[in-house]
Design a protein around this ligand. Sequence first.
Ligand code: FUB
Length: 342
Amino acid sequence: NAAATNESAANAQGQGKRYLSQPLVTEIYTADPSAHVFGGKIYVYNSHDIDGPTPEDDLGAHFEMRDYRVLSMDKIGGPVTIGPVALDVSQVPWAEKQMWAPDAAYKNGTYYLYFPAKDRQGAFRIGVATSKNPMGPFKPNPQPIKGSFSIDPAVFTDDDGKSYMYFGGIWGGQLQRNTSGTYDPNGSKTDLQADDKPALTPKVAAMDPGMTEFAEKPRDVVILDERGQPLKGGDHDRRFFEASWMHKYNGKYYFSYSTGDTHYLVYAIGDSPYGPFTYKGRIMEPVEGWTTHHSIVEWDGRWWLFYADTQLSGQTRLRNVKVTEMFYNPDGTIKTINPVLK
Ligand code: FUB
């Protein structure tokens, strides 16, 4: 029984903590959940964490994931099905390793799985694979998306049917090594190393109607402070690190992301899918484990935050996906969630 397993995991770590919610599944380790409602069911496209031999470092070499397994459920709080392997790195001709945070989209009878992986030069690219079934198996395109780089794709489809991919991550996500248009393996390990200058931005590109290529060169997603100035590189509590997500609420565009080394999930609001977005605050305080990565989805007229922590293992590389309800204030701001109860 999952509750008993979770209780004993927490006790084994001697944490004596109370968690806001419990892992969706305990049979495998999961992280970076991208939740979608397809045909009335909830599907979660997540990283499938495994215990590899590589020591932890600042570039995430210890995240050695090799495949994807999709989770599905008829309702939030109901039983969760773990799908079979939906895509394995060995099936992707251009990819060598590190199948990181994926996302998915649906159009005209086809499901699209978007995923980052390192190529044989050590550069992250973003690939796409297709299936007629939301659980897969997915068939990968032989090449990554042209002009793609970095990590954490999140595909948002607007009310007019146009889709956009948001992506990027600094440090191990390599945004800072792609500023010239080509991957520089000798570039900075972290960021631009210019604390007083505008921070590196996530990217956005409209998808072409076939959903497998960009329709344009990726643009900067500019995040402004309350004075209308771009967030600075030294503003680690608020600047973009990784884990882009886009959702729309009451006609406004909510771009949310992780601040990485300060471990917050935060958001910024704009009037267009391209931004600019103005920073508004925190969605979630830090979870247990180094990374924090989420998605936001409306289901049954309520809003849900999918996220992950390390409750089951106590190890950053072995995470578990959770879900909790998210609430708005009357002015459209989001009520901050604390994932660990006192
Ligand atoms: O899971 C590997 C990486 O860690 C993801 O791509 C990031 O968002 C962070 O969660």
